[in-house]
Design a binder for this molecule. Structure first.
Ligand SMILES: [Zn+2]
Length: 418
């Protein structure tokens, strides 16, 4: 009798386990293309992608004043865990049908100076819902449509923060749709909230200091948990940052630094070339005509302490832009049926800019490869000669040229920002 009971309960357990597994599979995927998602739904979508794809990772960057998690998604095809998973899958398939397996195109690995990270952030300004939707569309394209975007994925790594100001974003759903700032109370003031995009430590002092204003810069640089969290992740990826893109709405423009001054940075032509690539791609797609120029010139205002000036001026990313999305006709929160068309149109522009960012910096990567090849040839030659002369050459003498070549490489400054 006890044996039968045991058998029965085992059977039951198996049934429960398979049911649980099944349930995990059918957790509905939030529809990112046809509606504005709440913060919780967005996080659920990110979790869904992390569980589904081995090239996706999530990072919690920090907590907001209202204890919401600020999350970044990292999409990195060349990550070790993904390449291992891809290899496992290939081997498994080969066992069944050798002819079905095509050789894997080689990944492009960055050199020591090779920057390969694209960083996109959106939703700093709470009411700019369409910027969040567009960031989610980028995430959708790079994950669920990764086969279409493989060319981009094998060269570049993506870090995307779709909602940089979750407290403010949620507030626009439940209380005030026109809210812009975050939701942390300001000390010694009856006002609430700081404009996170004026709170970065780059010409911060020139920003608006009245706490009642919509563009209040905060009591000091990085006074806000959101901006501190962003600063920390940007610092972490400083060496590899290739192109930083900040999404806003709704001026329909692609702009480059500076915001704090009407002067142009030395490399403005490179920035403009990048912005024009995005503009032209969108124009060719559906005829929409974005304006291109520096932030201060195009907005006719000086904007201090913004994230894009900070990333360009302090973090030293070679390429940094702001994209003010559509639509001038429909405002910050275009109707749901516009989300998908605006998302797809914007992706055309953003994808083109990512490609162009890689091409703009590619000469530097190539230069590095040439230096390496030269150094290795120089190192090999005496080694071969030494081999020919005698087999009893002391090992260190044979290795010296290689060590020297390594030193040459280390000391050779490859210009990344030019
Ligand atoms: Zn904005």
């Amino acid at each position: 009798m006890p044996v039968i009971l045991k058998k029965r309960s085992k059977k039951r357990m198996k049934k429960i386990i398979s049911h649980v597994k099944f349930q995990k599979l059918i957790v509905p995927r939030p529809d990112v293309l046809h509606g504005y998602l709440r913060h919780e739904e967005i996080n659920r979508y990110l979790e869904y992608l992390k569980n589904r794809y081995s090239f996706v990772q999530l990072h919690v960057l920090g907590l907001t004043h209202e204890r919401r998690q600020l999350k970044a998604i990292e999409i990195d095809w060349n990550s070790e865990q993904n390449l291992e998973a891809v290899e496992r899958e290939r081997t498994r398939r080969m066992l069944y049908d050798k002819s079905a397996v095509t050789p894997l195109p080689q990944s492009v690995k960055p050199g020591s100076q090779g920057r390969n990270t694209i960083f996109i952030e959106a939703g700093t300004h709470a009411r700019e819902w369409i910027s969040v939707a567009v960031a989610l569309n980028c995430i959708y394209q790079l994950t669920e449509k990764h086969l279409r975007n493989y060319e981009l994925l094998r060269k570049l790594r993506f870090i995307i923060v779709p909602v940089t100001n979750p407290d403010g974003y949620e507030y626009t759903f439940v209380k005030n749709r026109r809210w812009r700032k975050n939701r942390r109370p300001i000390r010694h003031s009856r006002h609430i909230g700081t404009d996170c995009n004026r709170n970065y430590d780059f010409h911060w002092e020139d920003g608006p200091s009245k706490s009642g204003r919509n563009t209040f810069k905060g009591l000091k640089p990085f006074s806000e948990p959101e901006t501190r969290a962003m600063r920390n992740i940007l610092r972490k990826h400083k060496e590899n940052l290739l192109f930083f893109l900040s999404l806003h709405s709704y001026a329909e423009s692609i702009m480059y630094p500076w915001g704090y001054s009407k002067d142009l940075p030395e490399t403005w032509q490179k920035l403009e070339k990048l912005a024009l690539a995005g503009r032209n791609a969108i124009k060719a797609y559906n005829g929409r005509s974005y304006r291109v120029g520096s932030i201060a010139k195009l907005t006719k205002r000086r904007i201090s302490g913004s994230i894009v000036d900070y990333v360009f001026g302090v973090i030293n990313a070679p390429l940094a832009l702001v994209m003010e999305l559509p639509s001038q006709a429909l405002g910050f929160q275009p109707p749901a049926e516009s989300i998908s068309p605006i998302g797809h149109e914007s992706w055309f522009g953003i994808r083109e800019m990512c490609k162009m960012a890689y091409d703009i910096e590619a000469p530097f990567l190539k230069l590095e490869a040439t230096l390496l090849a030269k150094a290795l040839t120089n190192a090999r030659q005496p080694l071969q000669e030494a081999d020919a002369a005698s087999n009893k050459q002391p090992l260190y003498r044979a290795l010296m040229p290689a060590i020297k070549a390594e030193q040459v490489l280390k000391n050779t400054q490859v210009p990344v920002k030019g």
